[in-house]
Design a protein around this ligand. Sequence first.
Ligand code: NDP
Length: 234
Amino acid sequence: MSRTVLITGGNRGIGLEIARALAAAGDKVVITHRTGEPPAGLLGVRCDVTDSAAVKAAVDEVQSLHGTIDVLVANAGITRDGLAALTPEDAFTSVLDTNLTGAYRAAKAVIPQMVSARRGRIVFVSSVMGFLGSAGQTNYAASKSGMLGLARSLAWEVGSRGITVNLVTPGLIETEMIDGVSDKRRKQLMDQTPLRRAGTAAEVAAVVRFLASEEASYVTGAAVPVGGGLAMGQ
Ligand code: NDP
């Protein structure tokens, strides 16, 4: 069955690989993008996840194009690093607004149609940093561990309607997001990573594809690590 999939922040990085993986599996995939054109071969809707009305409009547009959304992947995210005591408050609130509240907005907008359909898959792209914590990333780590509480609470709210809600918690993944990570920090992280390398967006996409699949029908409230063993057991 070809399902309708919405991926926030699917125009590049991990979101784009998830979009490609699900499109290759035969799904009707729509990605959100803030500027420019969507990547070739993918349908895009404009949406900034910090704007509730834009999120709702994007979800409505996808529903009118392709019908009920079967799969939501809340992937859009940013970093704005700095020591908590030395950075302005909006460095904290803007990251929370995008990563955590943005994921909440997307879930809130799709859940009514999933409840009516009595099926659905929601996958949040969190981060291992939500468990580990990271100096200079109070905002990011708080947003990512907040996604755990969000996902698990939603899992309770919608489970009886056949909807699953899960997270992936990637480790260090080669995308533009980690361009600014220093060699020293990379080495620290690799020293704690049994597989001794950064991951690829495609490796994250493969796990998301499973969580979004029919086969994952008895998996909900799970935080699935994709980090080469970084923070295993957390
Ligand atoms: P990128 O920086 O490559 O991509 C981020 C994506 O999020 C872009 O598509 C971007 O859109 C989108 N985005 C950012 N802010 C908004 C917004 N306000 N509204 C809509 N879209 C937005 O990063 P990654 O692909 O690496 O990150 C994807 C997710 O994976 C993030 O949630 C990140 O936290 C998480 N992650 C990444 C890890 C890594 O090591 N790379 C590790 C763990 C988790 P635009 O092009 O318009 O900016």
